[in-house]
Write a protein that binds this ligand. Structure first.
Ligand SMILES: Cc1ncc(COP(=O)(O)O)c(C=O)c1O
Length: 481
């Protein structure tokens, strides 16, 4: 919750008490340099024990509530017909309004099944912006992603409040160019992850939904961050100020045919669901669930997690849960912006996004500025972030580098895990890094996997810049930090 302080500041105060903790350690800068070198300058390959503050992702890293943990002890481990599943199905129907639910082990598994069933060779999937795993599954099924975002979407210094909107004219053009038979489905992502966690408005969603139904095109929503999007609608869209997050979520989902979400995000458990009210869609996907995931009533999730998810789905529409990340992100972004550090604005859901093109203008895209920035931040702070730029794009079929629209170092805020003092520490270290940005140079691949290379790729620092950065840091702070 935002509390106004007596000197006029806005403080995002944590609306929870911490009952269970995990100790973390901050290893000295020399050890951090060694760790990132062993990791091939790829933050995915760091060991958790070497990380002080882990902002790699909010997927599966959120804190559960006491009620979720308690519920998880009531699991029914039946292979088929588990009572745990029926509790989840009841929660999904109550909160999201869907009659049919298919659990899967995580978001990308839902994407796999949806792509397998609906994407055909040569088909296209228009979207407000792709996500890495979504794109991989659509392409593996023979389809192609078409990004049809609006004019402001890629402006990293924008004031536009709904950069996740789909461009209606471009959608109409795509429909007339490809025709409904070539369009596998239209996909809308709630708070577009890769362009800064930016929301869509309900006004836009309603129009996209209308265009789909008028043309008999399947409309799919990736609702992994639906509650954050709903909260941002409440804060930003005229007419929704007095609606609850739960009411807005209901209105969003009423506009789509097929819904999936990674439960690792909004509902703080390890799992995912596909949900719909259309019996024919459900029947098309259902046979594949036991083939790839597990029986219909657990779908690859542990029944403990299914129980916790039933509680998490109800809790995710609580305003203190839906707003927890957003308010911390806003504080984080605004603290950096006022100090002149290049961040993506306006603040959205999910994360604070550093604009690496502006942070490191001297590094060309073929030397991966966003990757270099994530490695540099780790060296000087022990903070782990994620590259969301050209490394996160795979090469095309001919091996040509595909440059990302944006070069982002993403600092994701897991729900209810870190406090404002953690954010203050990172802001301070980023200020130092920005002052020393000229020491950071590019990266080159020494081991490059053919798909989703950002996960396992190994890189090298050009001109051994990691050592120079480490030395400059030690000179100022000594070797213990
Ligand atoms: C928008 C979006 N869709 C899908 C996924 C994939 O979900 P999962 O990590 O559960 O596989 C993510 C995960 O980060 C995501 O942000």
């Amino acid at each position: 919750m935002i509390i106004k302080t007596s000197d006029g500041r806005e403080l995002p105060v944590e609306m929870y008490k911490i009952k269970i903790i995990q100790n973390v350690r901050l290893i000295p800068v020399e050890e951090r340099l060694k760790a990132i070198e062993v990791a091939g300058y790829n933050t995915f390959s760091l060991r958790s024990r070497d990380i002080f503050i882990d902002l790699l992702t909010d997927s599966g890293t959120n804190a559960m509530s006491d009620n979720q943990l308690g519920a998880s002890m009531l699991y029914d481990d039946a292979y088929a017909g588990s009572e745990s599943f029926y509790k989840l199905a009841a929660a999904v129907e109550e909160i999201l309004g869907f009659k049919y639910v298919l659990p899967t082990h995580q978001g990308r598994a839902s994407e796999h099944l949806i792509s397998k069933v609906f994407v055909t060779e040569g088909s296209v999937v228009p979207t407000n912006y792709h996500f890495t795993t979504t794109k991989a599954h659509i392409e593996l099924a023979g389809g192609k992603v078409l990004e049809i975002y609006g004019d402001e979407a890629l402006n990293t210094q924008s004031k536009y409040l709904f950069k996740g909107n789909m461009d209606l004219q471009k959608l109409k053009d795509v429909i007339s160019k490809y025709g409904r038979n070539k369009i596998a489905f239209v996909r809308m992502e709630a708070t577009t992850n890769l362009i800064g966690g930016q929301p869509f408005s309900l006004e836009n969603l309603r129009k996209v939904s209308k265009a789909c139904s008028e043309n008999d095109i399947l409309f799919v929503m990736d609702g992994s961050l639906i509650c954050e999007n709903a909260y941002l609608i409440k804060m930003r869209e005229k007419g929704y100020e007095n609606k609850s997050v739960a009411e807005i979520v209901k209105e969003i989902v009423s506009l789509v045919d097929l819904f999936y979400m990674s439960a690792r995000k909004n509902s703080s458990v390890k799992g995912s669901i596909i949900a719909t009210n259309k019996h024919d869609l459900y029947e098309k996907i259902k046979p594949w669930l036991p083939v790839y995931e597990g029986f219909l009533t657990y779908g690859g999730m542990s029944t403990k997690e299914v129980e916790a998810m039933a509680v998490g789905v109800r809790e995710m529409v609580d305003i203190n849960v839906a707003s927890s990340t957003i308010e911390q992100v806003k504080y984080f972004v605004e603290s950096l912006e006022t100090k002149g550090i290049p961040v993506i604005t306006p603040p959205g859901g999910l994360a604070c996004h550093l604009d690496a093109k502006r942070f490191l203008p001297h590094i060309p895209q073929n030397q991966y500025p966003a990757g270099a920035l994530t490695a540099a931040l780790y060296i000087i702070s022990g903070v782990r972030s994620m590259e969301r730029g050209t490394i996160s794009m795979d090469r095309d079929k001919d091996g040509k580098e595909l440059f990302a629209d944006l070069e982002i170092a993403r600092l994701a805020i897991p729900r209810r895990v870190y406090t404002v003092s953690h954010i203050e520490y990172i802001v301070d270290r980023l200020l130092w890094l920005y002052r020393h940005r000229d020491l950071i140079k590019g990266l080159k691949f020494v081991d490059e996997p053919p798909i989703l290379r950002f996960f396992f790729g190994k890189l090298q620092a050009l001109d051994n810049w990691g050592r120079k950065l480490c030395d400059a840091f030690k000179k100022e702070f000594g070797s213990n930090w």
